[in-house]
Design a binder for this molecule. Structure first.
Ligand code: AMP
Ligand code: MG
Length: 507
């Protein structure tokens, strides 16, 4: 079953020319057409004297918006929550979730507002503000987001897109002098995010005991995002078959997403079920981290004291989260056995995607059973010496002719040299021409990655009004595989001070 974005329902879309006014966008409100229990209509609480810090021209073009719109007062007013998206109905959605393994009950968009769904040739895209003020789901929160975490979200979503990893995107960042109180006083910001849907596992969990609403949400998601799950329904006895097919597809997408995280050295940091996209997109960037020196049990979130979301447990946690999602459908009368069945493909889906990614990263034509051993010793080698994740893979491409840059990544090069001998023998087993292998490895293993300290430097510059670092990082991260002269600084391993950077849930 292929359910890529090409299967989104077609309808009137913003095709052809880019619009030069937001008024001319085709906008719909399918989520707002759900019954009222699913959300609250309300307006954002605008920031004082908002300034556009940065806008994403590339993403705007995908949405059908001309670059000239991004500098218009209209655009600023919409992305700062001062005025609605023309044609859109602003709302905050309700959801629940498991946080750090514990049922947290009702959560919801506590600081986010959905402005509407822009119709694009790639399908509908929701435009959502984050940090746009309190909602009925804010609980103790202030409804705000700080500049630091907003810049991190903005950069990370574009970095993931550049790596080809499924992700929500970011259209713009707005800042203001309004103070926001975290561990210290920080600057307020709003990030405008884009995704086909922000529905989460937790959106379903919220209706666990309410079959009527659960059915409505499930039908909505299947009809809009998984229409192929209805294939073969005509003569079908069981009305729950499409639900099982959807679940199988969500399982497959989630497995592929996490495999991509693992092979990019990405740690999400807060894999709560309310942060898991039903579309298998990486979402809700908070205390995430791309690893510098490899540690299998690396914890990127300083608040995650027990390492629940460490790098090496991400695949298992995603499966656990899928079980929380699957369990909800018992309420629609689905059999436990059938639900287990639907989720059981996870391990295979994950390993297939994981090995396929690694096959390409190592430059092999096929993944052989014996490669498992080579891979184990690879992780051990990197882990024992905390070798740089990104550069270790990157420098494998030329390692046969230039071993030195690779060996320099290890304080004790002996074990690295031993590993290389095995790797060289393995490469000989493939028929692939050398130049071809090299070229494909350089297109698969990024040179640039969003290291914490680079994000930090961009944040510090941005808080002084200088977006130069954001620009530079976006340029490099949108195509992280192409080496650019003059940007050697961004291709280096992290400096020592980076180890002292702490990233926590506070955002
Ligand atoms: P997160 O950890 O960002 O995924 O958020 C978990 C829940 O807390 C979600 O319901 C958020 O909307 C809510 N939340 C987080 N920060 C705030 C805040 N500053 N104000 C209101 N709600 C928040
Ligand atoms: Mg969240």
């Amino acid at each position: 079953m292929n359910m890529d974005s090409s299967t989104y329902p077609t309808g009137p879309v913003n095709t052809g020319q880019l619009v030069t006014s937001l008024e001319r966008l085709r906008v719909e409100n399918s989520f707002a057409d759900l019954p009222r229990e699913f959300y609250t209509f309300l307006q954002p609480q605008p920031l004082n004297n908002p300034q556009l810090l940065h806008a994403n021209i590339e993403l705007a073009a995908l949405l059908g918006i001309d670059a000239s719109v991004l500098s218009s007062p209209d655009f600023l007013q919409v992305v700062s929550g001062q005025k609605p998206l023309p044609g859109g109905r602003t709302l905050a959605a309700v959801y629940s979730g498991h946080q750090f393994g514990i049922w947290a009950g009702q959560l919801g968009d506590g600081r986010a507002h959905l402005l509407g769904e822009i119709l694009t040739p790639e399908g509908p895209q929701e435009l959502q503000l984050k940090g746009s003020g309190r909602t009925p789901y804010s609980r103790m929160g202030d409804g705000r987001a700080v500049l630091r975490s907003s810049v991190r979200e903005y950069l990370a979503s574009e970095a993931m897109a550049g790596l080809g990893i499924p992700t929500t995107r970011a259209l713009a960042i707005v800042v203001s002098n309004d103070p926001v109180y975290r561990e210290t006083v920080e600057t307020a910001a709003i990030v405008a995010r884009v995704a086909p849907s922000f529905v989460r596992f937790g959106s379903f969990e919220h209706w666990a005991g309410k079959p009527e609403q659960l059915r409505i949400l499930t039908d909505y998601v299947i009809n809009r995002f998984f229409p192929m799950a209805r294939a073969g329904e005509a003569g079908e006895q069981n009305e729950n078959q499409p639900v099982l097919r959807m679940l199988r597809e969500v399982t497959a997408r989630t497995a592929r997403m996490v495999a991509d995280w693992q092979t990019a050295g990405f740690c999400h940091g807060v894999m709560n079920t309310d942060n898991m996209s039903i579309l298998g997109l990486t979402m809700d960037y908070g205390p995430y981290g791309f690893m510098d020196g490899f540690q299998a049990n690396h914890i990127c979130n300083h608040s995650d004291t027990h390492g629940r979301y460490a790098w090496n447990v991400q695949p298992a946690v995603a499966h656990w989260n899928l079980y929380r999602l699957g369990g909800v459908f018992l309420g629609l009368g689905l059999e436990e056995e059938a639900l287990r069945e639907a989720l059981s493909s996870y391990e295979n889906d994950f390993l297939k995607a994981y090995h396929d990614n690694l096959r390409r990263k190592f430059g092999f034509e096929t993944w052989l059973k014996e490669d498992e051993d080579l891979l184990d010793s690879w992780w051990r080698l990197l882990h024992e010496q905390r070798a740089d994740f990104t550069l270790a893979f990157r420098r494998l491409a030329n390692v046969l002719t230039e071993p030195q840059p690779f060996l320099e990544l290890f304080s004790n090069p002996e074990p690295a040299r031993d590993w290389l001998q095995r790797y060289e023998r393995r490469l000989q087993a493939d028929d692939q021409p050398e130049a071809e292998r090299r070229a494909s490895m350089l297109r698969t293993n990024p040179l640039y990655i969003l290291r914490n300290h680079l994000a930090q430097e961009a944040i510090e510059a941005a808080s002084k009004g200088d977006v130069g670092e954001i620009e530079t990082l976006l340029t490099l991260l949108r195509d992280p595989f192409t080496e650019r002269p003059g940007f050697e600084y961004y291709a280096q391993a992290a400096p020592e001070w980076a180890e002292r950077l702490e990233v926590s849930c506070s955002s």
